[in-house]
Design a protein around this ligand. Structure first.
Ligand SMILES: *Cc1c(COP(=O)(O)O)cnc(C)c1O
Length: 404
């Protein structure tokens, strides 16, 4: 384990500076307090930690490799590029790190029913998987549009014994799925735990999810020190709600020499309703339990968003990212749909790795900045998931006759 003198945030109210907090209906205050108390007890319980690391290793497949992308490095002609291979985890993305942690917590709290929201379906699959493993009833809320574009994951969840509820309200994507999951939780609070899938929502979710995901950065730190005997110069990760990014970044936050870039979904370009880049057109607001940067109109109505990747297609960003951005510690940029598709194909053909479209946004940023860096600089790109789920969608968009 690396030693991290971490920033002391969030505070006791779950605030990261002016961001975060707990903005929920009265009926959810008590359950959230209960969850917070139980989580912090579990966090300091060696037996809980032992059980968690057992399942991360034996069931999920940790540690994941930190892989030197030799051909991509040569092609780009600049910094040396390493890929943190979260795509190799069981169920194909980093989401399982958090799902396994939260279901162990639910078990500890005597809950027997699990609910979750899902966008791309990866969090739904991870949740359905751990629910099957622990014999818990599982209900997944998913926007009807996402159900359609991620049909493979809908089948996977059903095969795992979960009930999938398509949500037809509003834009029929992730935001509406979260609303439905919160409605369910208020109604069935006693025996139900809500496994939120990203570093978002009311306290304690952002800090809890971050802590379950920091295993990515803890491993990467140890691995790069073993391989290169020094820290990396740059970390790159895509940012939906922000869990894979904060998981990688967090253990490096106090290392001033390590730069970090979060990559949001630039969609069709930075015009209203054409993207999901909250730090480019977003403003301060409250959505689904927390205070952060949000894509909203002048009346505070949540704007529609667009991204080729369902997992990045959300109008708000995790509060810790908002804080890190305002503090100037992490830089945030975006990649467009086209850049992500190009990066997707490039990684497949140069490295034999088909990335998730979400992760392809991080690869796209790497393609932009690696050539501008010196050959002895080190970059770690978080490959948050694999692209099997995206194959049909990409095939419909990309002509499959690529040179070389
Ligand atoms: C869900 C998902 C994301 C986006 O969520 P974060 O919480 O921002 O990490 C990114 N990559 C993959 C593969 C995902 O499934």
């Amino acid at each position: 384990m690396s030693i991290v003198a971490s920033p002391t945030l969030p505070d006791a109210h779950g605030r990261f500076g002016q961001f975060g907090g707990r903005y929920v209906p009265e009926t959810l205050m008590h359950p959230l307090q209960e969850l917070e108390a139980e989580y912090f007890r579990a966090q300091h319980d060696p037996e809980f930690q032992r059980e968690l690391s057992y399942y991360l290793r034996e069931f999920c497949g940790r540690p994941t490799p930190l892989y030197f992308a030799e051909r991509l490095t040569r092609e780009l002609g600049g910094a040396k590029i390493y890929l943190k291979r979260e795509d190799l985890l069981h169920t194909g993305a980093h989401k399982i790190n958090n799902a396994i942690g939260q279901i162990l917590l639910a078990k500890r709290m005597g809950k027997t029913r699990i609910i979750a929201e899902t966008g791309a379906g990866q969090h739904g699959v991870a949740t359905a998987t751990v629910s099957a493993m622990f014999g818990m009833k599982c209900v997944i809320y998913m926007g009807a549009v996402d159900c359609e574009r991620q049909m493979l994951n809908v089948y996977r969840m059903k095969m795992l014994g979960a009930e999938v509820v398509p949500v037809h309200a509003g834009q029929k994507t992730l935001k509406e799925a979260v609303n439905e999951a919160m409605r369910d939780w208020v109604t069935n609070i006693r025996g139900t735990h809500y496994i939120l899938g990203t570093a978002y929502g009311a306290h304690p979710y952002p800090v809890m999810v971050r802590n379950f995901q920091r295993v990515i950065g803890d491993e990467a730190r140890r691995q790069i020190l073993e391989k290169e005997e020094r820290l990396p110069d740059l970390l790159i990760a895509c940012v939906g709600g922000g869990s894979n990014a904060i998981g990688l970044f967090y253990p490096f936050l106090n290392d001033a020499s390590v730069k970090m870039t979060g990559v949001e979904a630039g969609g069709l370009g930075i015009r209203p309703e054409q993207h999901a880049a909250r730090f480019q057109g977003g403003s301060l607001g409250v959505l689904q339990g927390t205070r952060s940067y949000i894509l909203q109109d002048e009346f505070g109505q949540i704007q529609s968003t667009h991204s080729v990747s369902a997992g990045l297609d959300y109008a708000a960003v995790g509060p810790e990212h908002a804080w890190l951005r305002d503090a100037g510690r992490v830089g945030y940029t975006y990649a467009t749909d086209d850049q992500a598709l190009e990066a997707f194909m490039k990684l497949a053909q140069l490295e034999g790795i088909i990335p998730a479209l979400e992760s392809a946004h991080a690869v796209a940023e790497c393609i932009v900045c690696a050539p501008t860096m010196s050959k002895d600089a080190l970059i770690i790109v978080n490959l948050s998931g694999r692209g099997d789920k995206d194959v049909a969608q990409v095939a419909a968009k990309v002509k499959l006759q690529m040179p070389e």
